[in-house]
Design a protein around this ligand. Structure first.
Ligand code: ATP
Ligand code: SF4
Ligand code: MG
Length: 379
């Protein structure tokens, strides 16, 4: 059987909640009860678990999409798995394996605004393994094999360094290419993503539109010839035609380079066109995971059914938005987090967390998955 390229096991992430912090201070509490693994350090009051034991794997050449409503925890999952969380969020447990290298999370370092994309990427990954700082193989592995498209295509660039120089950094560190050869490679990469290369090489981030920022980030990600692309909402804030063009570019690159991808997106039509597998995220958990066709045509989780029914363009009979709002990820109800919005909920749903179980090709966490026949996309 083919080995996964990326394997994430039991990922747990905590975030700082101002509200919880204030409430705890009023009650005179100082600790959160959350401890960092292998450490006596207790996170202070206000920290609360947001990602609850998420596991997934991506094989070489495969695309896994993570979908779910805003604030369900998608970015925390992908960035937590890579050790790239921003300030205010920290991995409190789990394991990431990249090409067999095992990375023990947590990463407790905070991001510095002036740090370059590459420095941040490499430095944030290093603490995952205790001895990683002295391990050139590991540095090289994480610095060169994974390309990342961050959700904010402008803010992720360092403000005071030219886009071309930032794109070149990874080649400077990990190859023996001359300055001229590196410049040539950066020009090629900018050209590949259809940017005016010389002009954009000499641009600062404030001179880029969002679409250009996303294309430049794609160039910076691809210049390493990565095996895996992490794309966190690569279309956010882009107009429809620009988003479509970037989707086409990503699709071409995946096919040409046989790369794997973790693709976070609200856009289920884009997911249907690009992904092999899909993970549906609700309340900081993956509640359903399986091959895209299986999940779209035969959803097993009521939330997936609701998500499919609320999105235009999927060939469903009629649009039916899911009633109610998702609970804040930092304040979930007991039992199944979807219960307050679920038309199939029973008493057990409101008190007990459902365990994941396998239904045909799908892994699903729902007490009633064995008995429900849900509506999916029509042929
Ligand atoms: N850096 C942070 N500090 C504190 N809380 C955070 C932080 N990042 C995320 N959170 C909390 O976790 C929730 C989920 O965040 P996340 O960014 O993972 O959502 P998402 O599913 O990626 O949403 P979107 O689709 O809008 O990008 C947020 O609503 C917030 O409550
Ligand atoms: S466990 Fe119950 S509340 Fe949750 S999705 Fe299943 S039926 Fe609905
Ligand atoms: Mg996000």
């Amino acid at each position: 059987m083919e080995q996964p390229l990326l394997e994430v096991d039991d990922l747990r992430v905590a975030v700082y909640s101002e509200r919880r912090g204030l409430e705890a201070t009023r009650r005179g509490e100082t600790g959160s009860g959350i401890r960092l693994p292998g450490d006596e350090l207790e996170l202070p009051a206000g920290w609360v678990q947001a990602i609850h034991g998420v596991s997934f794997a991506v094989k070489p050449g495969e695309t896994l999409a993570l979908v779910g409503e805003s604030a369900s925890g998608k970015s925390l999952i992908v960035m937590g798995a890579l050790g790239l969380l921003p300030a205010g969020a920290v991995t409190i447990g789990g394991t990431t394996r990249i090409e067999g290298y095992e990375a023990h999370i947590p990463d407790v370092q905070e991001r510095s605004e002036s740090e370059s994309l590459k420095d941040r990427f490499v430095r944030k990954l290093l603490p995952l393994r205790p001895d990683a700082a002295d391990d050139p193989e590991w540095r090289k592995l994480v610095g060169t094999r994974i390309g990342v498209l961050f959700q904010d295509p402008i803010g992720s660039w360092t403000p005071d360094i030219l886009i071309g120089e930032q794109t070149a950094e990874v080649l400077e560190e990990h190859t023996d290419l001359s300055k001229d050869e590196i410049r040539e490679r950066v020009f090629d990469a900018l050209g590949e993503v259809q940017l005016p290369k010389e002009r954009k090489f000499l641009s600062y981030r404030f001179e880029l539109s969002r679409g250009e920022g996303q294309r430049a980030m794609l160039a910076a990600a691809l210049i390493k010839a990565p095996d895996l692309l992490i794309a966190d909402e690569p279309f956010s804030g882009l107009d429809v035609s620009v988003a479509k063009a970037i989707l086409e570019l990503i699709r071409d690159m995946l096919a040409q380079r046989k790369m794997a991808m973790v693709f976070v997106s609200h856009d289920l039509a884009a997911v249907a066109s690009i992904a092999d597998r899909i993970g549906v995220v609700y309340g900081g958990r993956i509640v359903e995971e399986g091959p895209v066709r299986e999940v779209f045509y035969r959803p097993r989780h009521p939330y997936t059914e609701g998500l499919l029914a609320s999105i235009p363009g999927l060939g469903l009979d009629r649009l039916r938005p899911i009633v109610g709002d998702a609970p804040p990820i930092t304040d979930l109800p007991p039992g199944c987090a979807f219960a307050p919005r679920c038309e199939y909920a029973t008493d057990v749903c409101r008190s007990e967390l459902p365990d994941p179980s396998i239904r045909d090709l799908t892994l699903v966490s729902c007490h009633r998955a064995h008995e429900l026949t849900l509506r999916g996309v029509r042929d």
